[in-house]
Ligand binder design. Structure first.
Ligand code: 13P
Ligand code: SF4
Length: 378
């Protein structure tokens, strides 16, 4: 993929003793394309997906063209739970996962026989980076009495050490279930999601101190001011956000849950949305009569670090889809032993969700019927 630039981002990383420090990671910035260039690439992607018998599985945060392409070619656009289920259940032997690396790894672990390609293998996640496998293993070793619950946003090696994987869709229900069984929990890596679940369930949870660089930037004080300007607005918050933001929410939930809230709102409703602004594309398509306002990431005087858009999700580009399908580039590989171990915690979550469908506040959010533009739509 040709790139015009790259940017560096600071994230927090924890060692086994619980000490956190900061580190840096890079994200490439794909070049901006003209409308005819985008249309030609979308057409080429659609032809290649068909020719290779492949299906595109995309997250709500990736570029709108990729979301439209996925829907127009029989793929899906969804949250991370539904991406995992869709990839596992689809008959296609090649999955193109447009998201970040842990999403590709989860797809591969669930379907080791399938080829899993990604537009850019360097698309990572600050939560994954902030939880190195060796330090995490040492942390687990230091607390052998605790059930290890990890968020989906982790490497295969971290999942290999876990008893349960959860996503933001089912984390509350699964931790409640474990609490009812009298389990004490070791939680990693997102401190904000961990705090939220701890407060909601009252479970005994020891938290890794990771954070999402995008959601960590939403500001409670500025959100309070914005709410005063829009007193009738409903506030939708992804639980990777800080407590000061979550506390002001009308709805806290996964990306699918937040999308559902907008769809179900009344015509003319206003929503303040505290999650990656990539989701606005699908919100606008499925709820055109609603007013959507981005939650503030910083005050007037502060430098905006994240601008509410994940730099690694943004690395997914149409050209990357073409390249990976044309040349088989960017295949995900997870070594057999790690894959076998990691499969346990992912399958446990999927079985739980299948047995407790009420555990999900929203089901199949990514497959909601709605506007599906054709190839080349603006
Ligand atoms: P969801 O599972 O809610 O889509 O969240 C994934 C993610 O990475 C949010 O930052
Ligand atoms: Fe990770 Fe945050 Fe990007 Fe989601 S938005 S993939 S949690 S860095």
């Amino acid at each position: 993929m040709s790139t015009v630039a790259s940017k560096s981002y600071e994230f927090s990383v924890q060692d086994a003793s619980g000490t956190t420090c900061t580190a840096n990671a890079w994200a490439k910035v794909p070049p901006a394309l003209s409308k005819p260039e985008r249309e030609a690439l979308m057409q080429r992607c659609a032809e290649l997906l068909k020719a290779k018998g492949a299906v595109l599985v995309a997250h709500y945060y990736v570029d709108g063209d990729l979301q439209d392409l996925a829907l127009a070619t029989g793929g899906c656009v969804s949250d991370s739970l539904e991406m995992a289920r869709f990839g596992r259940d689809h008959e296609a032997q090649t999955l193109v996962v447009a998201g970040v690396r842990f999403m590709g790894e989860t797809a591969k672990i669930l379907s080791p026989e399938k080829t899993v390609l990604m537009p850019d293998l360097d698309a990572t996640c600050s939560l994954d980076l902030g939880c190195p496998p060796d330090e995490f293993a040492a942390f687990c070793d230091a607390h052998p009495d605790r059930t290890v619950v990890v968020y989906a946003n982790t490497s295969a090696a971290v999942k290999a050490r876990a008893d349960w994987m959860v996503t933001s869709s089912c984390a509350l229900a699964i931790v409640n279930h474990l609490k009812d069984q009298g389990k004490k929990i070791l939680w990693a890596p997102d401190k904000h999601l961990g705090n939220y679940i701890q407060q909601q369930t009252g479970a005994d949870m020891l938290l890794w101190q990771g954070a999402c660089i995008v959601h960590d930037e939403f500001k409670g004080v500025e959100l309070d001011l914005l709410r005063k300007e829009h007193p009738n607005a409903k506030v939708l918050v992804h639980p990777e956000s800080p407590t000061s933001v979550v506390q002001q929410a009308d709805i806290v939930g996964s990306t699918s849950r937040l999308l559902k809230a907008v769809i179900e709102g009344d015509e003319g409703d206003t929503f303040i949305v505290a999650t990656d602004k990539g989701i606005m594309h699908r919100m606008r398509q499925l709820a055109p009569g609603k007013t959507l306002i981005e939650a503030p990431t910083a005050g007037d005087s502060a430098a905006c670090k994240s601008c509410a858009h994940c730099p690694w999700m943004a690395m997914n580009a149409l050209q990357g889809v073409v390249d990976c399908l044309e040349h088989g580039h960017n295949a995900i590989h997870v070594d057999a032993e790690t894959s076998r171990k990691a499969q346990g915690c992912i399958t446990r979550m999927l079985d739980f969700v299948a047995q407790h469908p009420q555990a999900l506040v929203v089901k199949d959010g990514g497959r909601l019927a709605g506007f599906t533009p054709g190839i080349g739509a603006a």
